[in-house]
Write a protein that binds this ligand. Structure first.
Ligand code: APR
Length: 170
């Protein structure tokens, strides 16, 4: 499955993938980081649709339109806030990736771009998050042949190196 996973650097709001994933919070009403950037780029209709979704639990995902984004859909998933690694954080992070890929497949999205979920404001250790992400994506892609490409869109070189190393070690 590794051949269907790519690690790139860039700004996910410029992505032309069928779906981009938003590292949201449970309210789904926007925030800072990539959440703020995606809402800014998508325009106010995104928030209007998010208001109808009644939030989302950590590790789960909900899908909306992409509005002014090139991407057709945004898949919103609240990642776990890092505490000390003994409160289910690793399992919840894996669940984010599984939930997003399932929704992408169910909605006919062949290409999906992810940001580095939980490694910003939520302080999940980067190397551990990268290992969980690439392993979970590779395992989950086996169930969804209709998803032909998944990219990790990394906002800085440290993040890109962590994901490239994790993919190489898979
Ligand atoms: N494109 C791609 N990646 C980005 C972009 C962007 N435009 N902007 C930020 N990132 C990266 C960050 O550099 C980090 O690597 O996304 C990753 C996730 O960081 P955060 O956006 O802080 O997300 P997270 O750690 O999951 O925290 C989520 O932050 O913004 C709030 O509402 C959000 O409460 C939620 C929390």
């Amino acid at each position: 499955m590794k051949e269907r996973i790519e690690i790139i650097s860039g700004d996910i709001t410029q992505s032309d993938a069928d779906a981009i994933v938003n590292a949201a919070n449970c309210s789904l009403l926007g925030g800072g980081g990539v959440d703020g950037a995606i809402h800014m780029a998508a325009g106010p209709e995104l928030l209007a649709e998010c208001r109808t979704l009644d939030g989302c639990r950590t590790g789960e995902a909900k899908i909306t339109g992409g509005y002014r984004l090139k991407a057709k859909h945004v898949i919103h998933t609240p990642g776990p806030r890092w505490r000390d690694g003994t409160h289910g954080e690793p399992e919840l992070l894996a669940s984010c990736y599984r939930s997003c890929l399932r929704l992408a497949a169910e909605n006919g999205c062949a290409t999906v771009d992810f940001p580095s979920i939980s490694t910003g404001v939520y302080h999940f250790p980067l190397d551990r998050a990268a290992e969980i992400a690439v392993r979970t994506i590779a395992e989950t892609l086996e169930q969804y042949p209709s998803i032909t490409r998944v990219r990790m869109v990394c906002f800085d070189s440290r993040t890109q190196r962590a994901y490239a190393d994790a993919l190489a070690a898979l």
